[in-house]
Design a protein around this ligand. Structure first.
Ligand code: ZN
Length: 200
């Protein structure tokens, strides 16, 4: 399937309700042509702010826009990145510590017709990540983030794992049911497919 590998110059769009966002993302080893082209597309998508239901996207993970071989990077809105003195593209991010769990309502561009999911996030997280430096990946950087930007990182890193907020919501609901009533029937872990789901 050699031709399937070449999506460098293909127009990308946000995959909605698609099972392909459940693929785990692979580590970025070098910032190659495919990544650079996809960053241009992803940056453009965010700048247009034209997503289903008129929702604004703060960031997009690579797995949300490609058909195959998703990589561990996400692109943020430029103004958000500037506000937190970060580059707009973050590579190979992973959470190394977290504290202060809280419940929050969240949305995802890949599920534009779903309501907000009530999930657990952490107010403070320590993240290890890489950025671009003269066309190459920097050495790993470790930093604590809080509140909004911490929430954004948690959302995107969750996508790297092939996970999403609606799966998390179902898992947490399931756990609560188990704690409250041990005999409750097991809820399905998968998001039910909608008849009007949009796919590319
Ligand atoms: Zn999302």
């Amino acid at each position: 399937m050699q031709e399937k590998r070449n999506d460098t110059f293909r127009r990308l769009k946000v995959k909605e309700e698609s099972e392909t966002i459940d693929q785990k993302s692979e580590e970025v080893k070098e910032i190659d042509k495919r990544i650079l082209m996809h960053i241009v597309e992803m940056t453009y998508m965010l700048s247009q702010n034209k997503f289903a239901n008129g929702r604004i996207g703060y960031a997009i993970a690579h797995c949300q826009v490609v058909e195959h071989t998703p990589l561990k990077f996400f692109v943020m809105q430029r103004n958000i990145a500037e506000q937190y003195e970060l580059p707009a593209v973050i590579y190979n991010a992973k959470i190394t510590d977290q504290n202060e769990p809280y419940e929050v309502l969240e949305l995802c561009l890949s599920f534009p017709y779903h309501n907000r999911a009530k999930i657990t996030r952490y107010r403070k997280i320590e993240v290890e990540y890489q950025i671009e430096e003269k066309g190459k990946l920097s050495a790993p950087i470790k930093k604590w983030f809080g509140d909004f930007i911490a929430q954004l990182f948690q959302h995107e890193i969750q996508h790297f794992e092939g996970d999403n907020i609606y799966n998390q919501f179902l898992r947490e609901k399931d756990d609560n049911n188990k704690t409250a009533k041990p005999k409750t029937a097991k809820k399905t872990k998968l998001i039910a497919k909608k008849g009007d789901a949009k796919n590319d």
